[in-house]
Design a protein around this ligand. Structure first.
Ligand SMILES: Nc1nc2c(ncn2[C@@H]2O[C@H](COP(=O)(O)OP(=O)(O)OP(=O)(O)O)[C@@H](O)[C@H]2O)c(=O)[nH]1
Ligand SMILES: [Mg+2]
Length: 301
């Protein structure tokens, strides 16, 4: 995971520690760093913010031993990464479920994203995580468009022993979502997870359908599902959903296959929403709580 971005970070630390820090040398090293960040799917605005800040910090240093310089640069890089993730704040899902439960209400969670990013798989992983955390779960089969979508989500649910509320294909997804919420209320279920369709004739169409679900069930959490392999496209999609429906946090999927690593940084920076989890495989347990500090460690070493 993230070999490319990790490589960019260590190359900068090495380059800066090997040279005396004249402004010209530093500019050259930072230019290489910027290129490497862009090749790792870090969005332009993040690249600029991080390198502008770094330059100011690095210009001021005059450490003697190269080892110290390398450690200093790594520390600064780590701080830059943490800064990007600290701006959006945090959402503690477990605490949110407990707070709803205390009010006698189910927590309503809607999963948003374009086709193929991993929404349905993530709904199943999330349901599994909720169950393992001691909560009861129901899934609303909100993708009534794609052939096979209802069977797909039902099969996942059966494997993890979770109830599915579904209607027929072509039914109004907002009505399916509402059925899920009514079921949860009637049966005192703690969490309702609402799957949704990703592919529509147009983006406008998709956004309108999502907006309707949001209006009808008022989800407590709207979670954007982004495919980390889609890189900058995932960032544009996040911006689109952020504009039309808003969302409270993001889950990045397929991180196990992502050699670049820039999507998490770019989405957090661009949408100012936290990354909640990372999807790291196709199994039900392959959902990792996102931790900015270990993410920074994995990049900076
Ligand atoms: N390696 C890997 N594959 C994943 C991960 N998450 C999802 N996938 C795979 O990605 C593919 C698409 O996943 P789905 O959950 O069907 O995606 P979706 O967003 O629901 O797709 P649509 O319903 O068609 O919009 C499947 O083959 C999943 O197994 C992940 O974290 N890692
Ligand atoms: Mg799906």
């Amino acid at each position: 995971m993230f070999e490319k971005l990790r490589g960019a970070f260590s190359s900068l630390a090495k380059a800066v520690s090997e040279k005396r820090l004249s402004e010209k040398d530093l500019d050259e090293a930072l230019y290489e760093f910027q290129m490497a960040l862009m090749e790792s799917d870090v969005a332009q605005n993040v690249v600029e913010a991080v390198t502008d800040d770094l330059k100011k910090q690095l210009l001021g240093i005059s450490l003697e031993r190269s080892k110290d310089v390398q450690a200093f640069v790594k520390e600064k890089l780590r701080e830059e990464v943490l800064k990007v993730f600290s701006q959006p704040g945090e959402v503690d899902v477990i605490e949110r479920v407990k707070a709803s439960k205390a009010k006698g209400e189910p927590l309503k969670v809607l999963f948003l994203g374009i086709n193929g990013t991993g929404k349905t798989t993530t709904v199943a992983k999330f349901a599994n995580f909720m169950k393992k955390s001691g909560f009861s779960v129901v899934i609303a089969a909100g993708d009534t468009h794609r052939a096979g979508a209802i069977e797909q989500v039902s099969e996942h649910a059966e494997r993890i022993s979770v109830k599915v509320v579904a209607q027929r294909y072509g039914a109004d997804p907002a009505a399916v979502a509402r059925d899920g919420v009514l079921y949860a209320k009637a049966h005192h279920v703690d969490v309702v997870l609402i799957d949704s369709a990703g592919r529509m004739q147009t983006n406008q169409n998709l956004m309108e359908e999502m907006a309707k679900i949001v209006r009808v069930v008022s989800p407590d959490l709207k979670i954007f599902i982004g495919d980390s392999l889609a890189g900058n496209d995932a960032v544009s999609q996040a911006e689109l959903f952020s504009k039309y429906t808003g969302f409270d946090g993001a889950i990045l999927t397929k991180v196990d296959a992502d050699a670049k690593g820039g999507a998490a940084l770019s989405i957090a920076f661009t949408t100012k929403r936290p990354i909640l989890f990372l999807g790291v495989g196709q199994g039900y347990d392959d959902l990792k709580t996102f931790d900015a500090s270990s993410f920074a460690d994995s990049l900076v070493g």
